[in-house]
Design a protein around this ligand. Structure first.
Ligand code: 5GP
Ligand code: MG
Ligand code: MG
Length: 181
């Protein structure tokens, strides 16, 4: 895949992310203190690094599962239509569920996923997003926990890609195009 030339400017350091996850994990552990086993649901693929770090900070019995949904549309914009590419392996009826998302942008993805999983009657369902771009919101939704609010910039790293590259960057960076376009 061809992409425009770009550089990546660091926006959130690996150290800041780790500190934030530690704080959030304590809040989540409190919220689910009485859980038998929390089903932590990562939305593929962008949340895979975040979920790995998050579950290792959570002092709770957890199960890890993944859901992959896709939005129609191009690489930089997410559309309203969402379909399931890979469903959960576990049934979540009567269980405690934490949905882990990388970025809430327009909010359509998270809103659709919450609607879908709520229809399966979990005991309690909560959501966490590493990043939130509130200025881009179209759907009326906010994650129960957010790592960082960021401005309307296209970001990569820490699991998040640009044209499938940069997921392995340890920090969050913003993409700056260098072709002046
Ligand atoms: P939403 O449905 O909230 O508009 O879209 C959320 C999804 O759009 C995110 O999970 C992510 O996959 C993608 N997305 C939104 N903003 C960015 C961004 O800045 N960089 C990348 N790589 N993906 C983004
Ligand atoms: Mg995502
Ligand atoms: Mg993507």
């Amino acid at each position: 895949m061809t992409t425009r030339p770009y550089v990546i400017d660091e926006m959130i350091s690996a150290k800041s992310i780790a500190a934030r996850i530690e704080a959030l994990s304590r809040e989540i552990a409190q919220e689910f203190a009485d859980t038998e086993q929390l089903v932590v649901v990562g939305l593929l693929r962008g949340s895979f690094v975040f979920i790995a770090d998050l579950v290792r900070e959570l002092r709770l019995p957890v199960e890890v599962d993944f859901l992959e949904v896709s939005s129609y549309g191009n690489a930089m914009e997410s559309s309203r239509e969402v379909r399931i590419l890979k469903d959960l392996r576990s049934a979540i009826e009567g269980r405690d569920v934490l949905v882990v998302e990388d970025i809430v942008d327009t909010g359509h993805t998270l809103s659709h996923v919450v609607r879908l999983l709520t229809s399966r009657n979990p005991r309690k369902l909560r959501t966490i997003a590493l990043l939130d771009k509130p200025s881009r919101r179209e759907a009326d939704i906010k994650a129960d926990w957010t790592g960082f609010e960021i401005p309307d910039e296209f970001v990569v790293g820490y699991g998040i890609d640009y044209a499938q590259a940069n997921r392995n960057l340890p920090h969050i960076g913003k993409v700056r195009f260098t072709d002046g376009g």
